[in-house]
Ligand binder design. Structure first.
Ligand SMILES: *[C@@H]1O[C@H](CO)[C@@H](O)[C@H](O)[C@H]1NC(C)=O
Ligand SMILES: *[C@@H]1O[C@H](CO)[C@@H](O)[C@H](O)[C@H]1NC(C)=O
Ligand SMILES: *[C@@H]1O[C@H](CO)[C@@H](O)[C@H](O)[C@H]1NC(C)=O
Ligand SMILES: *[C@@H]1O[C@H](CO)[C@@H](O)[C@H](O)[C@H]1NC(C)=O
Ligand SMILES: *[C@@H]1O[C@H](CO)[C@@H](O)[C@H](O)[C@H]1NC(C)=O
Ligand SMILES: *[C@@H]1O[C@H](CO)[C@@H](O)[C@H](O)[C@H]1NC(C)=O
Ligand SMILES: *[C@@H]1O[C@H](CO)[C@@H](O)[C@H](O)[C@H]1NC(C)=O
Ligand SMILES: *[C@@H]1O[C@H](CO)[C@@H](O)[C@H](O)[C@H]1NC(C)=O
Ligand SMILES: *[C@@H]1O[C@H](CO)[C@@H](O)[C@H](O)[C@H]1NC(C)=O
Ligand SMILES: *[C@@H]1O[C@H](CO)[C@@H](O)[C@H](O)[C@H]1NC(C)=O
Ligand SMILES: *[C@@H]1O[C@H](CO)[C@@H](O)[C@H](O)[C@H]1NC(C)=O
Ligand SMILES: *[C@@H]1O[C@H](CO)[C@@H](O)[C@H](O)[C@H]1NC(C)=O
Length: 496
């Protein structure tokens, strides 16, 4: 903090000292002093343009500059130059190769040649808001330019190696131009602005990021920056304006891909999703097969639409309905795992949107069809949805044979591979007649027992009535009543 104050004081002193000196030199066009930070381009507004009233008036002017590095520097600001008055205008402002800062506004040029002694001491060069078609040739070695502003010129081309010798370049503004390729830059940390230059190929930018590393290249106004995707490049099928974010994301995908201590998933782009009215997004697919995972990966890359976790030891599907990074999932493959229940999927967003749910060869024994069914009625396009649960062993009973079998055949792609856990049969081969008279069904016995009891009761009453009639009319008791031992109640009969 202390040294900052010291520097500021030093500055203030310097600035006032300079003013006197300049005034004693009596440079005609004294303008307000500009103190410039090292990574700022020298830039003047339109209102500050030199006034040109007579044809003799110079469209350029000198401006004293005070920068942190070295105070003894000169800047030149020019407006409305073209190829005819270019050299003479610079000359009338006494432009020399000692000038460190140059801003030329509204230059109309076929091309701008950056080779030349003129430019070799420039710390900042701004050619803005004009019409320049090409940037040609190459800066001299050791040119100390740290800021280059070529904004808003409708540039069509910058020669590939033009800037490669600018070893100190920190800020490059190429916004609002029509270039299709980025020029090569030396691999230093760099702020670059390509907003409004929608003609750049995403492919180029991606290569740029890949080559220089994302930490080294930073984009100004990146939220407003788009690039063009070519027909021939990767997953970009059509020529589209793709947000820069997506391209940056591309180089980040591998680092966002789920991994653990001894496992690693693989992520790649599946396609570009184009929804009208929205910016196109890149859809990601993730492959985590054969990793001995016991649970689903906790975070997936953004906009993951497909996940393959086959051949693992996953037991629960909770993440599919609760984890926000699973929100865009359309295709889910978890074949050959230990999943025993799909109950957790009930009412999940996944079931509203999915295209494929594959849970083949798991441990699912009950299938609550109501969880998977409602989608049919809600959405007519749901016929495109497919569920696979072949290789699971369901608990089979009469209901399975009567109803689930039909349901499976209408909804499940591999219905003919769904097995029964308790009978050695496929569900689709179950016969309702056989399953529904299954002897183990105890409710059937009850009817037999009740019927038997009723028959027994009726015959007992009949026998007693008959015995009574015989006893009354014939005077003796038929067998077996006469053989039975006397009971206390018998005395009642014998009394009359
Ligand atoms: C210097 O700047 C002040 C305000 O910052 C402004 O009012 C004044 O007109 C400027 N002078 C010149 C010569 O540009
Ligand atoms: C470059 O020039 C443009 C257009 O005049 C301006 O908007 C922008 O701020 C300048 N960029 C830098 C880095 O000075
Ligand atoms: C740009 O400069 C040309 C002359 O080179 C002039 O005709 C034109 O009006 C200028 N445009 C602006 C916006 O100042
Ligand atoms: C350029 O230099 C000449 C003499 O060397 C001087 O008369 C003139 O005023 C200078 N012009 C500017 C804009 O500094
Ligand atoms: C650029 O200027 C330099 C020197 O002024 C010259 O040698 C070179 O040929 C020019 N390049 C082009 C492409 O015009
Ligand atoms: C640059 O692109 C803009 C917008 O696409 C267009 O209006 C302009 O005419 C183009 N300029 C050149 C020089 O091609
Ligand atoms: C541009 O130059 C770089 C290195 O200087 C090179 O790798 C690249 O292929 C060149 N690109 C084109 C389009 O010439
Ligand atoms: C860009 O957009 C993201 C979210 O879309 C936001 O978090 C970020 O702050 C924005 N950056 C700028 C510089 O506006
Ligand atoms: C590209 O588009 C064509 C036709 O629009 C389509 O047939 C093809 O499947 C698409 N390719 C990809 C990778 O999306
Ligand atoms: C980056 O470049 C390397 C080598 O050229 C390549 O293997 C890799 O796939 C590239 N990465 C991306 C994200 O394009
Ligand atoms: C999922 O992974 C398994 C095992 O690697 C593979 O056999 C299967 O084809 C994959 N499924 C899809 C849809 O890619
Ligand atoms: C995963 O399951 C296989 C077979 O079911 C078993 O051999 C293996 O030990 C299990 N791995 C883990 C990490 O549970």
């Amino acid at each position: 903090m202390k040294w900052l104050i010291v520097i500021l004081c030093f500055y203030a002193g310097f600035a006032s000292g300079r003013t006197e000196e300049d005034q004693t030199l009596s440079i005609p066009q004294i303008v307000n002093q500009t103190i410039l930070a090292p990574d700022q381009c020298f830039y003047k507004t339109k209102d500050e343009c030199p006034k040109v009233i007579n044809p003799d008036d110079c469209p350029c002017k000198r401006i004293p500059i005070y920068s942190q590095d070295s105070p003894d520097e000169q800047a030149v600001y020019c407006c409305n130059l073209d190829s005819k008055n270019f050299e003479s205008s610079l000359a009338c402002a006494n432009y020399s190769n000692h000038v460190s800062y140059l801003h030329i506004r509204n230059a109309t040029l076929e091309s701008f040649n950056v080779t030349g002694v003129k430019w070799r001491r420039l710390k900042s060069l701004a050619l803005t808001d004009g019409k320049i078609k090409r940037i040609k040739d190459q800066f001299f070695m050791m040119t100390p330019t740290h800021c280059l502003n070529l904004s808003n010129n409708g540039l069509l081309e910058i020669e590939n190696n033009s800037f490669t010798r600018l070893a100190l370049l920190k800020s490059l503004d190429l916004s609002y131009n029509n270039i299709t390729h980025l020029p090569a830059i030396s691999g230093r940390e760099l702020w670059i602005d390509i907003s409004g230059t929608n003609t750049l190929w995403c492919h180029d930018i991606s290569e740029y990021i890949n080559k220089t590393g994302e930490k080294q290249i930073k984009f100004n106004r990146e939220n407003e920056t788009v690039c063009s995707a070519s027909k021939t490049w990767h997953w970009f099928n059509t020529t589209e304006r793709v947000p820069l974010k997506q391209v940056q994301y591309l180089s980040r995908l591998e680092t966002e891909c789920p991994r653990g201590l001894n496992w690693q998933c693989h992520c790649k782009f599946r396609r570009m999703d184009i929804v009208e009215g929205k910016q196109p997004t890149l859809a990601v697919e993730v492959d985590c097969t054969g990793n001995q995972l016991t649970e689903l990966p906790q975070t997936l890359p953004h906009h993951t639409i497909a996940l393959n976790v086959s051949n693992n030891n996953i037991t629960i599907l909770d993440d599919l309905s609760t984890n926000p990074t699973y929100a865009d999932m359309r295709e889910f493959y978890a074949d050959y795992n230990n999943i025993s229940s799909i109950n957790k999927l009930e009412g999940s967003k996944f079931l509203e949107n999915y295209a494929i749910l594959s849970l083949r060869y798991n441990k699912i024994s009950t299938l609550p069809t109501y969880i998977l069914s409602p989608t049919i009625q809600e959405n007519t396009s749901s016929s495109a949805r497919s569920i696979k649960i072949g290789g699971n062993e369901l608990h089979c009973d009469c209901n399975t044979a009567k109803f689930l079998k039909v349901w499976l055949q209408s909804r499940i792609m591999d219905a003919d591979e769904v097995l029964c856990e308790n009978v050695k049969e496929k569900v689709v081969e179950l016969e309702p007649l056989k399953m529904c008279v299954y002897p183990g069904d105890w409710t059937d016995y009850i009817y037999y027992i009740i019927a038997g009891e009723i028959i027994l009761l009726v015959s007992l009453i009949t026998k007693v009535t008959y015995d009574y009639w015989v006893f009354k009319s014939k005077g003796y008791l038929p067998w077996p009543a006469n053989k039975m031992p006397k009971l206390p109640c018998d005395w009642l009969c014998e009394m009359d």
